[in-house]
Design a protein around this ligand. Structure first.
Ligand SMILES: Cc1cc2nc3c(=O)[nH]c(=O)nc-3n(C[C@H](O)[C@H](O)[C@H](O)COP(=O)(O)OP(=O)(O)OC[C@H]3O[C@@H](n4cnc5c(N)ncnc54)[C@H](O)[C@@H]3O)c2cc1C
Length: 396
């Protein structure tokens, strides 16, 4: 469906689709079964310069924005299902977007060219055992030590630590209890750091343990222990104690990219379901003629297209430097819902074969479910819409 996207985004869709077409569902299912990083796709995307899509041209990238990145991510997911989101998690999302907007000139020169060439990977560490939805309560602390900072704390569920060169770590440089800005809020006192993962592992100050999980095993998600990791002050992203606004420029793109992943996943699930529903004949007619199957698929197609529009709008607003919080939240809510609902409906459409490993539905079904809980849970989005858009009282 052509939604009057700019030429740049249409070209991205075409180019990424050409790479994705080389890897069928069986490939993605094999990687998942073997808990294996999709190195071949990564190398292919790297060779095509796709990791540098939104890196500014002066650092060797394509100079595009979040809209094009969302289209690239959606296209990969439309091909392989949720697994395609490895694209934005490993490199362009947390690395390119964050540094382009908030990095110092030195940080950009140091990191962005390698990232654009697909040689440098990232991970993002916000969640802690006692602070997920309530990120404001994180306790990982960074304290000054000469020209450096020492970072100490624990993170959980951090994806891609095993491949990452850099970890964007969210810390408190002022504890929550003391952090009050002029509005009396506790959003002051946050600082984001670039932690050199390999250096910290070698120094014995950073360790991690993968968490056994239900799906999305092409990347591990790990518990991370930060034991006085030494970080030079040149690795602060943005300003010390003023990291909350930087954090929102990580979280809003993350929501928009998660939304595009859900939309692409819905595309993949609907394609599998409709192909099967046209071919499978029961009681003398294709099962897709039965409105009990056809209408839910049609409903999901409509919801997918609506979600796609809001995802593009949110990405476009971000690229314009305009507020996009409401749109990013609605896009994430809808993208996660249609990804999961389409996977669930595909499961229903395939009957018993849905349970077979011969079809990718069982994998997409498992992977799609978590999108309703992460990177932000559905209830927290509804709370945002309820309080910020409808003006209802807060629950927290
Ligand atoms: C596979 C995977 C990969 C991940 N990757 C990363 C990563 O790379 N980096 C990272 O930092 N984090 C990552 N996460 C963590 C993820 O962002 C968190 O799990 C998520 O933010 C939810 O936090 P929580 O698990 O602590 O849930 P909780 O905050 O404990 O919430 C539990 C439930 O309570 C509900 N709830 C809480 N408060 C309210 C309220 N006021 N009203 C209504 N309902 C409420 C929530 O909606 C949720 O359903 C990952 C998680 C998973 C599973």
């Amino acid at each position: 469906m052509d939604l009057d996207l700019p030429e740049s985004a249409l070209a991205v869709r075409e180019g990424v689709a050409a790479v994705a077409a080389k890897y069928d569902h069986a490939y993605w299912s094999r990687c998942e079964e073997e808990h294996r990083f999709p190195q071949e796709v990564f190398d292919d995307l790297g060779a095509g310069g796709w990791f540098g899509l939104c890196v500014p041209e002066e650092y060797g990238g394509g100079g595009q924005g979040l809209l094009e990145l969302a289209v690239a991510n959606e296209t990969l997911c439309a091909s392989g299902g949720v697994a395609g989101t490895f694209f934005y998690v490993t490199t362009p999302g947390f690395g390119a977007m964050t540094l382009t907007r908030h990095g110092t000139e030195e940080q950009k020169q140091r990191i962005l060219p390698g990232l654009a060439e697909g040689r440098v990977q990232f991970c993002f560490a916000l969640t802690e055992p006692d602070a997920g939805s309530n990120a404001i309560e994180i306790t990982t602390a960074a304290r000054p030590d000469g020209d450096d900072f020492l970072v100490r704390g624990q993170k959980i569920w951090i994806s891609n630590v095993e491949n990452a060169d850099w970890m964007v770590v969210v810390t408190r440089t002022t504890p929550a209890a003391e952090a009050k800005d002029e509005l009396g809020s506790r959003t002051a006192g946050f600082t984001l750091f670039l932690v050199d993962v390999r250096e910290a592992v070698a120094a014995g100050t950073l360790s991690y343990t993968p968490i056994p999980k239900m799906g999305s095993n092409i990347l591990h998600s790990s518990q991370v222990f930060l034991d006085d990791v030494r970080v030079p002050s040149g690795n602060v992203i943005g300003e010390v104690d003023q990291g909350f606004s930087v954090l929102w420029d990580v979280l809003n793109p993350e929501r928009i990219l998660a939304a595009s992943g859900g939309i692409g996943t819905a595309d993949a699930a609907l394609r599998i379901a409709t192909d099967y529903a046209k071919e499978r004949v029961v009681f003398g007619r294709p099962i897709g003629a039965n409105q009990g199957l056809q209408f839910p698929l049609a409903q999901l197609k409509a919801k997918t297209e609506l979600g796609r529009l809001m995802t593009y709008r949110a990405a476009w607003l971000f690229d314009q430097g305009r507020p996009c919080g409401n749109e990013a939240n609605i896009a994430k809510l809808t993208g996660a819902q249609v990804g999961w609902e389409a996977a669930n409906q595909a499961f229903q459409t395939l009957g018993g074969m849905a349970y077979s490993k011969e079809y990718p539905v069982e994998r997409i079904f498992r992977d799609a479910r978590i999108a309703k809980n992460i990177p932000v849970a559905e209830e927290l989005i509804l709370a945002h819409i309820g309080t910020q858009m409808l003006g209802l009282p807060r629950s927290y």
